[in-house]
Design a protein around this ligand. Structure first.
Ligand code: ATP
Ligand code: MG
Length: 426
């Protein structure tokens, strides 16, 4: 026999049971995003490789070692998108979406990074993200953070920590990088190969290192905050005051730099206490140079990306939701097929969720299946029902059985609600 073909390492199948959670999450997120004026954008899953090289930065882990890059049959270098911002900004520029107004965009979809798979870390994962393009006001930074918190709140995600930092503009960072380089040069013999590479290309990226020796050295490194100019400090201070005014708790993490080169000024992460090592659910910040860097106009912007798999890990821990099946329809023989179809159709039109059994086996077997599927009731349609134009309903929690004439199927809603209220009382 041939070997079973398995999914590629680092990927996951999303099965029907989980799909309900995904849909629910997207619907809830969409309603929050619409209420803040964000419009959905869908961009290709692959883009020209140069977009990510130029947008994200050559010294980042993503571009340096995590990209799925390949040549197509026309010998073009293409890359499966590792994140959503570069594509969204490419689309904004190409479709000339900017016209002196603020562009509020959101996206959801799969991203690809060649990483070591672990709980909460996959090679294909999904992100929900937003971009607010066209304002340099701290109000925009506040808005995107506020939207993230609102989404997490409607999803009932608790125990979150917001960490923020300011990483300044490119000019201030130049000066800081010199100081950081001088500091790190003293520890050259203790740095790993990866950090030495970053030291040469962009020392700021060393902060992304997961190596504990490197992190220990960094504890004494000069802090970027000391190099910020008055404008940067003011921007950050105003953002903090907005967060305080709206009762959003936060802490300042002076070592938070984020793993992408395009960030400027504000950087933030939202972490969860209930996740293990992969504890960041949402990461984002301001990126005032990216649009121009991708040959667009000089437009400041701010946004974030949220890892949906990590989000679902937390939601699954706190509540178990699944699709509600109202009626399991059990035709007992061939003759019951047609009426079963008609009844199913009428119930669906009344807003009920139904599922039909196609095995025509014994009543008890079909009722067992209805219970396993957590249906509220099993509708039984056999010879007697067909001959006399009625259906039998077995309520699975109370065990009660009743009948309804096919001409009075309208009453089923009242009966259903009555049954449910009995469930809740008991
Ligand atoms: P990390 O430090 O965990 O690698 P990151 O800084 O690379 O995260 P971002 O590029 O900011 O992550 O992406 C935003 C969010 O997307 C992360 O906070 C996380 O929730 C999620 N995410 C990133 N990479 C993965 C992955 N490989 N698998 C699952 N989720 C991911
Ligand atoms: Mg990463």
């Amino acid at each position: 026999m041939q070997e079973i073909i398995k999914k590629p390492r680092g990927t996951k199948d999303i099965l029907p049971k989980e799909s309900f959670m995904w849909q629910n999450l997207e619907n809830l997120a969409q309603s929050v995003l619409s209420s803040f004026g964000y419009g959905k954008i869908s961009t290709p899953i692959f883009e020209d490789t140069i977009l990510f090289q130029r947008g994200i930065g050559q010294a980042t882990d993503i571009v340096n070692k995590e990209m799925y890059t390949f040549r197509d049959q026309g010998n073009r270098s293409l890359t499966l998108r590792p994140e959503g911002t570069a594509g969204a900004i490419r689309a904004l520029i190409e479709n000339r979406l900017y016209n002196n107004t603020i562009n509020r965009l959101w996206y959801i979809g799969p991203m690809f990074r060649y990483e070591r798979p672990q709980n909460g870390r996959q090679r294909q994962f999904n992100q929900l993200g937003i971009e607010c393009i066209g304002s340099n006001d701290p109000l925009a930074d506040f808005e995107v953070i506020y939207v993230a918190i609102q989404i997490l709140t409607v999803l009932k995600v608790k125990d979150l920590k917001l960490e923020i930092n300011s990483i300044g503009g490119f000019n201030e960072r130049e000066e800081y990088l010199l100081a950081l380089k001088t500091f790190l040069n003293q520890y050259k013999d203790k740095l790993d190969e990866d950090s030495l590479f970053k030291l040469a290309l962009n020392p700021l990226r060393i902060f992304d290192s997961k190596n504990s020796t490197v992190q220990e050295i960094l504890k004494d490194a000069p802090l970027l905050s000391k190099f910020l100019n008055d404008d940067s400090k003011k921007h950050f201070h105003i953002l903090c005051s907005y967060l305080e005014a709206s009762g959003i708790e936060y802490s300042i993490n002076p070592r938070l730099v984020r793993g992408l080169d395009y960030y400027t000024y504000t950087a933030f992460e939202i972490k969860s206490n209930s996740l293990g090592a992969q504890d960041t659910v949402c990461g984002g910040g301001r990126y005032n140079n990216l649009v121009e860097q991708l040959s667009g106009p000089n437009l400041p912007a701010v946004g974030w990306g949220m890892g949906i798999e990590r989000l679902l890990l937390i939601i699954n821990q706190s509540n178990d939701q699944s699709n509600i099946l109202d009626f399991y329809i059990a035709p007992l023989d061939e003759e019951a097929k047609l009426i079963s179809l008609i009844v199913s159709n009428q119930l669906q039109q009344k807003g009920f969720n139904i599922e039909m059994d196609f095995t025509f086996t014994k009543i008890q077997k079909q009722i067992q299946r209805a219970s396993r599927k957590m249906a509220k009731a099993c509708i039984i349609i056999g010879q007697n029902e067909v001959a006399n134009n009625f259906i039998s309903i077995k309520w699975l929690k109370s065990g009660k059985q009743s009948t309804i004439d096919l001409n009075s199927l309208d009453k089923i809603k009242v009966i259903y609600l009555n049954e449910l209220s009995i469930y809740y009382k008991s």
